[in-house]
Design a protein around this ligand. Structure first.
Ligand SMILES: Cc1cc2nc3c(=O)[nH]c(=O)nc-3n(C[C@H](O)[C@H](O)[C@H](O)COP(=O)(O)O)c2cc1C
Length: 430
């Protein structure tokens, strides 16, 4: 820490306050070799005490630490060892894992209930990147117009219109602009960003390149949580693949547009999922939330105009530009266009990742896709710590989209023509 402070001409206290902010770097976490997942899906499954005990047969107690949510919520029993995540029955093979340190395949159900946008089969590099070749022949304004038509809204929680953010950054003067992908997926129970990064890595990368072209950024920063070592490796491998194919670097395909990636391996801090804390983290500062305005699109990373988007948001862009904004807007309902990936944990009879059209009844997700609860449940935890608890008797009142409001909570609102009875005209974001 002292050497860093000297090298970068910053105070010792600043370096100390930044370093000690992160779970992985705290003094109490030094020397740990194996990490037990303490995310809410694993915790509520009640599997982790027995697992810690089992690990205790192979590791001294002071080598066993914790990590918050390894994204293995579909089968619980998750732990991290030697740069790999394990879950399910893997704990029974701990002796073998300890000696070979090899990853074990993570298989889980991943399928679309409605339109496959993000779970569609990968058609191969050439076919998939054809949309890049076609898009680079169009103007950024034309592509932005397509994005506006699509009605895409951010999947990171706030549901902010993506085209609006792009337009703001594009119109802010500046020679250097950044596109940042928020791959911190801090909400325990969620593993949809992990799915995209590992199973559909090119959807994200291509989405970022296209977004960079629209806003005028040549730097794409992927901020990936350290709890997802497999995602980091998958993204690195996919980047190498497209560099080889000529879809990355200087003057891509002779278009005059240049773009490249930098991956940041986050060090364990839930708040870094908040976009301004994330930007400070990339800058090496203590990752505290910044006051807005100025907004990142005006003064973001290193004070330059910056767009920050969630993984799932960016991964939708190739589909939109390939099929047209109107095609995307035709999926879903009202101002909630497109599809949503939902993650069901081990409390369901059929856990897994399901892609549903926006507006799908929650009851369909719980009963039809999830096969119902494995045991009696009182409430469902939706959307992480900032989300909410849905009592099971409310499941039938809700749909998967932005701005669903139960009529009983707002009895006085008039029913409008063409508007779903459960939807308020103002479409508030939940
Ligand atoms: C405490 C907190 C944690 C957040 N964590 C995440 C996260 O893990 N991933 C994410 O994409 N957005 C997260 N967000 C939302 C981001 O601040 C930001 O709205 C989002 O990255 C914007 O991308 P989008 O427009 O594509 O949704 C979080 C927000 C807050 C307040």
């Amino acid at each position: 820490m002292e050497r860093l402070a000297q090298q970068f001409l910053i105070g010792d206290a600043n370096v100390y306050s930044s370093v000690t902010f992160y779970d992985f770097l705290r003094p109490e976490n030094q020397g740990k070799k194996v990490y037990v997942c303490n995310g809410s899906a694993c915790l509520t499954a009640g599997t982790q005490d027995a697992m810690t005990q089992k690990l205790g047969e192979h590791f001294p107690a002071d080598e066993i630490g914790n990590m918050c949510c390894l994204g293995r919520c579909h089968e619980n029993h998750a732990f991290n060892y030697a740069g790999n995540n394990y879950s399910g029955q893997a704990i029974e093979q701990i002796a073998a894992i300890k000696s070979d340190k090899k990853a074990r395949p993570d298989t889980y159900c991943a399928k679309a209930h409605g339109t496959p946008v993000l779970t569609a089969e990968f058609p191969g590099l050439e076919a998939f990147y054809q949309v890049l070749i076609d898009s680079l022949k169009k103007s950024p304004d034309d592509l932005l117009a397509e994005l506006k038509t699509s009605g895409l809204r951010g999947r990171g929680g706030a549901g902010f219109p993506t085209a609006f953010k792009f337009e703001s950054c594009k119109n802010t003067p500046g020679d250097i602009k950044f596109l940042v992908c928020n791959a911190d997926e801090g909400d325990p129970g969620a593993y949809s960003d992990r799915y995209i990064m590992e199973e559909r890595p090119h959807s994200l990368l291509l989405g970022m390149i296209l977004a960079g072209y629209i806003i005028g950024a040549r730097h794409g920063v992927l901020y990936i949580r350290g709890e997802y070592p497999e995602s980091i490796r998958a993204q690195r491998a996919a980047i190498a693949e497209i560099r080889q194919a000529g879809y990355l670097g200087d003057n891509i395909l002779g278009s005059g547009f240049s773009f490249d990636f930098k991956i940041i391996e986050a060090q364990g801090a839930y708040i870094c999922g908040e976009e301004t804390a994330l930007l400070s983290s990339i800058e090496g500062q203590r990752p505290e939330v910044r006051v807005r305005p100025p907004y990142p699109t005006q003064q973001g990373l290193f004070n330059q105009p910056t767009v920050v988007n969630n993984v799932e948001t960016l991964a939708c862009i190739p589909f939109i530009l390939q099929n047209g904004g109107a095609t995307y807007a035709a999926i879903g309902r009202g101002r909630s266009t497109g599809t949503k990936l939902v993650c069901l944990d081990g409390h369901f009879n059929q856990p897994g990742l399901y892609e549903v059209d926006m507006g799908t009844p929650l009851a369909t997700v719980v009963h039809e896709l999830g096969g119902g609860f494995r045991h009696p449940a009182k409430a469902m935890h939706i959307g992480g710590p900032l989300g909410g608890l849905v009592p099971v008797h409310k499941i039938d009142d809700l749909t998967v989209d932005f701005g669903v409001v139960c009529p009983k909570w707002f009895p006085a609102r008039p029913r409008l023509r063409g508007v779903h009875p459960r939807r308020l005209p103002a479409d508030p974001v939940h």
